[in-house]
Each structure stands twice: as C-alpha cells, then as structure tokens.
Design a protein around this ligand. Structure first.
Ligand SMILES: Nc1ncnc2c1ncn2[C@@H]1O[C@H](COP(=O)(O)OP(=O)(O)OP(=O)(O)O)[C@@H](O)[C@H]1O
Ligand SMILES: Nc1ccn([C@H]2C[C@H](O)[C@@H](COP(=O)(O)O)O2)c(=O)n1
Length: 228
C-alpha cells in the first residue's frame, strides 16, 4: 500500500440499498490505503438505541428530544470497521430485521441527521490519507466538496437477488419489495433525501461483478489523486 506524500482524498459513494456501496467502498479504501466510513451503520446504531430505550419510533418529537444522548463511535479501518453505542459493540444487533424496518423513520428526523452529519464530517476531515464515505446523502449534503462522488445503481431484481443470497433462502420477491419500500422512504424524506449529486459519476452495477465495480472506482479515485 503506497501513500507516499499523496494529499488526502475524499470519496463519497451514495446509492440505494443493495447496490454494492459497502462492499465497494471497503475494498477501494483497503486497496488505496484510505479510511472507510459506513454511515448507514451510524443511522442503524442510533435506531438500535431508540428501540432499546423504548422510544416510540412513530413519534418524531420523542426521537428528536433524545437524539443527542447516545455516544456513537465508528472505527474507520476498512479491514475492521467497528460501531459502538455507549461503549457497546452493536455491529451485530444493528443488522436485525427490526432495526432495518425502523431505520428509515429514525433517520428522517432532522435532529438525528444533524447529529450524525456532524460525526461524519469530523471523521472525514480527520482522516490522514483520505476516506471513502458511503451512504445516501454524502455527495449532496455531508461532503458537498468531496474530490470524487460516485452514485451506484442496480436494478431492483439484481439487488434483491444479491440480498437474498446473503440472507440464505430469503424470499426474493419479499426482499425486493422491502428494498423498494425503504428506498422510497429514504428518497422522499424532507431532510437530506437519498439523491444523486449533480456532479456524481453514476455507475450502474446491474451487469457488473463486484471486482469490476471496485476496479472502476479505484481507477476514478486514482485519476482524481493524480490531478490533485
Ligand atoms: N456488482 C455486484 N455483483 C454481485 N453481487 C454484489 C455486487 N455488489 C455487491 N454485491 C453483493 O450484494 C450484497 C449487497 O452489497 P452491499 O452490502 O455492499 O450493498 P449496499 O449498497 O451497501 O447495501 P445497503 O445500502 O443496504 O447497506 C452483498 O452480498 C455483496 O457482496
Ligand atoms: N447517509 C445515510 C446513510 C443511511 N441512511 C439511512 C437510510 C437507510 O435505509 C439506513 C440504513 O442504511 P444501510 O445500512 O442500508 O446502508 O440508514 C441515511 O439516511 N443516510
């Protein structure tokens, strides 16, 4: 891994669920010696905390009132990304069906977004060699001055097939409907919705293998680095 005197590079990778953001971002960051931040994990972590503390997920005012309480810490090593809430490792619990079904409602609350956005900007600006940050609003809101913005897409069918393979035997149609529902909620919220930045490079991953997507993004990052 060669970092030399390279200037830090900030890469924003956004897109709907199951388009390959986490797999691609982690691999690109590892290959180029950059930090990695999974912002979805942060929204899942705060959702897990709300559920664990009996906060009514249907009540945005109740969520807003306690949004500042949990201490969320993200580890940004792409070889070992971590996430903790008030000192507890929540990497497993944040992936449950319950958290997945509630995360869109919690992440739509402006006070939650303001809190998490601040954490994301702090991590991005402190990454010594640069960082790959993946999510839904990174290129549009969190890091509008990112050196490179990528927007990954894929057909709902391809995304559902990938997820069902991951969940071993999950029904593809039910998975597809759940993905579509979550994307619709994330795209239609008022504050900082899932959206492609005007200056993002769109990469349709439907017919690409994961190594092909990684290679494509690594090439784009290297071009940006060379031009810095
Ligand atoms: N191009 C690809 N071809 C085949 N499978 C892929 C491809 N990209 C990612 N995958 C697989 O699809 C699944 C979902 O990928 P990943 O978790 O990276 O997506 P994501 O966009 O981060 O999803 P989410 O937003 O829901 O967290 C994983 O099992 C991953 O290995
Ligand atoms: N920048 C982000 C990242 C994530 N979210 C919300 C919306 C997603 O449905 C949820 C979980 O993300 P995932 O783990 O599936 O990538 O978190 C967001 O609003 N903004």
């Amino acid at each position: 891994m060669e970092n030399g005197a390279a200037k830090p590079v900030i890469v924003a990778i956004d897109g709907p669920s199951g388009t390959g953001k986490s797999s691609t971002s982690k691999a690109v960051a590892a290959q180029l010696g950059l930090s990695y931040l999974d912002t979805g994990a942060q929204y899942r972590a705060i959702t897990w905390w709300m559920v664990s503390n009996g906060i009514d997920i249907e009540d945005p005012t109740a969520i807003a009132a306690v949004a500042a309480k949990p201490e969320i810490i993200s580890g940004t090593d792409p070889a070992n990304p971590t996430i903790s809430v008030d000192g507890t490792d929540v990497a497993g619990p944040i992936r449950t069906q319950e958290v997945t079904s509630k995360v869109s409602a919690v992440s739509a609350v402006p006070e939650v977004r303001a809190r998490i956005t601040e954490l994301q900007r702090t991590l991005a600006t402190s990454a010594e060699y640069g960082i790959v940050v993946e999510g839904r609003d990174i290129g549009t809101t969190v890091l509008p001055d990112a050196d490179l913005k990528i927007f990954l897409t894929a057909s709902a069918e391809a995304r559902a097939a990938r997820r069902s393979g991951e969940l071993k035997g999950a029904d593809v149609n039910a998975t597809r409907e759940a993905l579509i529902k979550r994307d619709a909620a994330d795209s239609s919220r008022k504050t900082s919705p899932l959206a492609k930045a005007d200056d993002a490079v769109e990469v349709d991953t439907t017919a690409l293998t994961l190594p092909q997507v990684i290679e494509c993004v690594v090439t784009l990052v290297e071009e940006k680095r060379a031009a810095k």
